[in-house]
Design a protein around this ligand. Structure first.
Ligand SMILES: Cc1cc2nc3c(=O)[nH]c(=O)nc-3n(C[C@H](O)[C@H](O)[C@H](O)COP(=O)(O)OP(=O)(O)OC[C@H]3O[C@@H](n4cnc5c(N)ncnc54)[C@H](O)[C@@H]3O)c2cc1C
Length: 436
C-alpha cells in the first residue's frame, strides 16, 4: 500500500533534518528518505563544522549570526533529548590573517550593521596569541612544486588582523544531525534510511510523490530536494534543472590532519584561523591535532565531479603536501608525517557559491541545495527558510514574484529570501570560494 505524507524530504543531512524539524513544528507530517544508513552520513559527516559569521552579503552574515545562537544554546534549540548525547560547540574564536592590500572592510561593515562583535588586531597581537606563528607574508599562495615556494619572504602580512570572538566549531557533526533528527521525531517526523529515491512522480505540473529503489512508492504534495552533492541528479529526476538560471555541481575537496606543533597545544589554546595570505584555514581537531583546509587558491586546480557516486574518497599526497606545506610557512615547527591523513568529500557548488533555498518550476518541489562547502553552520536557519517558503507557496503565495520574507528568531532581521532564488543573476560580490 502506498504511504502518504504531507512532505517527503530527500536527504537526512543537516539541511534535510532541520527542514523536517521546522515543518513538523508547523504540523506537517514529514518523511526524510536517505540512501545511507543514518542521519548525517552524507557530506555533512566530513564537514569541518566551522561556525563563523563573516560572509560577503548582509543576508549571508545574518543567517550565520542567527544560527550561531542556536548552536550556542543547542539544548534549547532542540527542545528534545537524544540518547546519544548532544554535539558541542567549541567557541574558540576565529582570527583572519590577510596579505597586504587585502581589504576586509565588507565583513567589518556587515558586522557593524548587525552588531556582531569583532576586534581589530595587529600582527604583534596575533603573535602574542599564536606564538608559534611567523608574520611573514607568502602571498600569492603557491604549490610546493613552484620554484618560488621556498623563496624567503620579504613582505609581512597585513597590519590588519580581524578576530571574531563568537566563532568556533562543532565537535561532532554527525551527532549534531542525529540530535536534530530526534528533535524532529519528537514533533512527529519520520525517517527512512537505506532507501534511495529514484523517481519524482508528477501529475499535471505538480509533484505527487516519489518512487524508491526498492519499488515502494510514497505520496506527498510536497517533495524537498536536500540531497547535498546529489542535488543536480535529483533535479534532473524531477525535470527542473534546465529551467534554473543557477545550477549546482559537485566539487571534490580535501582536508588533512597533522599533529599539534611542539610547544603549542591546539586542543588547549588553538582557535580557528583563516589565512587568506596562505590560501587556507586551520582549526583544532580532536586528539590535539590540527585540521588543515584550503580556501581554493587559484594555484590549486579545481576538481569538478561529473558523477557524485564516483570520485576518489582517499586524500592524495600531492594535495596533502600542498595544504600542509603551506601551513608550515606560517608554523615553522609544524610536524608533517609522511603518510597523509585526512578526508576527501564533495561540496555542492552553485555558480556564485551562494546556496539555493527556493521553490522550483515544478509545483510542490522545493530546493535546499548548492550549499557550496559552507552551509553546515546555517542548518537551523535553512530549516526555517524552507518551512516558511513551503508553507507560503502551498497556501498560494507567489514566491517567484514576491519572495517570502522571514523574521529570524534570534536577531532583529527580516530576511528577503529572494537572494537565494534559483533564478537570480550571479551575485558578483561573492568570494567564489570558502573558509568552511
Ligand atoms: C570537506 C568539507 C568541509 C566543510 N566545512 C564546512 C565548515 O567548516 N562549515 C560549514 O558551515 N560548512 C562546511 N562544509 C559544508 C557543509 O558540510 C555542507 O554545506 C552541509 O553539510 C550540507 O548538508 P546537506 O544536508 O545539504 O547535504 P548532505 O549532508 O550531503 O546530505 C544529503 C543527503 O542526501 C542523501 N541523498 C542523496 N541523493 C539521494 C537519493 N536519491 N535518495 C535518498 N537520499 C539521497 C545523501 O545520502 C545524503 O545523506 C564543508 C563541506 C565539506 C565537504
Amino acid at each position: 500500500m502506498t504511504q502518504t505524507y504531507d512532505a517527503i524530504i530527500i536527504g537526512a543531512g543537516i539541511s534535510g533534518a532541520a527542514i523536517a524539524y521546522e515543518l513538523s513544528k508547523k504540523g506537517y507530517r514529514t518523511l526524510n528518505v536517505d540512501r545511507l544508513a543514518a542521519a548525517g552520513h552524507g557530506s555533512t559527516s566530513n564537514t569541518c563544522a566551522i561556525i563563523r559569521t563573516h560572509y560577503s552579503t548582509l543576508e549571508g552574515t545574518a543567517i550565520a549570526y542567527d544560527s550561531y545562537f542556536s548552536w550556542k544554546d543547542w539544548e534549547n534549540y532542540l527542545d528534545a533529548n537524544d540518547e546519544k548525547g548532544l554535539a558541542r560547540f567549541y567557541q574558540t574564536g576565529l582570527v583572519n590573517v590577510y596579505h597586504k592590500g587585502h581589504d576586509p572592510s565588507t565583513h567589518i561593515k556587515l558586522h557593524d550593521v548587525l552588531g556582531i562583535p569583532y576586534e581589530i588586531w595587529n600582527p604583534a597581537k596575533l603573535l602574542e596569541r599564536m606564538p608559534h606563528f611567523v608574520d611573514d607574508s607568502f602571498y600569492p599562495p603557491k604549490r610546493p612544486e613552484d620554484p618560488l615556494f621556498d623563496k624567503p619572504s620579504e613582505e609581512k602580512i597585513s597590519d590588519m588582523v580581524v578576530y571574531y570572538p563568537n566563532d568556533g566549531y562543532i565537535n561532532d557533526p554527525v551527532l549534531s544531525v542525529h540530535n536534530v533528527q530526534r528533535a524532529a521525531e519528537a514533533k512527529g517526523a519520520a525517517f527512512l534510511f537505506n532507501e534511495e529515491v529514484v523517481e519524482i512522480r508528477k501529475n499535471d505540473h505538480r509533484v505527487v510523490g516519489v518512487t524508491l529503489k526498492s519499488g515502494k512508492t510514497i505520496d506527498a504534495a510536497v517533495v524537498v530536494n536536500a540531497a547535498g552533492p546529489h542535488s543536480a541528479v535529483v533535479n534532473r529526476m524531477a525535470g527542473v534543472e534546465k529551467q534554473m538560471k543557477i545550477k549546482t555541481r559537485p566539487l571534490r575537496h580535501e582536508v588533512h590532519f597533522v599533529p599539534s606543533p611542539d610547544g603549542f597545544s591546539y586542543e588547549k589554546d588553538g582557535m580557528v584561523v583563516g589565512d587568506a595570505d596562505l590560501g587556507g584555514y586551520h582549526r583544532p581537531e580532536t586528539g590535539n591535532q590540527v585540521l588543515v583546509g584550503s580556501e581554493d587558491p587559484l594555484c590549486d586546480e579545481r576538481e569538478w565531479i561529473e558523477d557524485p557516486d564516483h570520485f576518489n574518497h582517499e586524500v592524495t599526497s600531492s594535495q596533502y603536501q600542498a595544504q600542509t606545506y603551506r601551513l608550515a610557512k606560517r608554523i615553522p615547527d609544524l610536524r608533517i608525517p609522511n603518510t597523509p591523513r585526512g578526508i576527501a568529500d564533495l561540496y555542492d557548488v552553485t555558480d556564485d557559491w551562494i546556496p539555493i533555498y527556493d521553490r522550483s518550476d515544478l509545483n510542490g518541489f522545493y530546493l535546499a541545495i548548492g550549499t557550496s562547502g559552507n552551509q553546515y553552520k546555517n542548518g537551523p536557519v535553512i530549516g526555517l527558510l524552507l518551512a516558511e517558503i513551503i508553507d507560503a507557496c502551498e497556501n498560494g503565495h507567489d514566491h517567484d514574484h514576491n519572495p517570502v520574507e522571514v523574521g529570524l528568531p534570534n536577531i532583529d532581521f527580516r530576511l528577503n529570501t529572494g537572494i537565494f532564488s534559483r533564478n537570480r543573476d550571479v551575485i558578483e560580490g561573492s568570494t567564489f570560494s570558502v573558509l568552511g
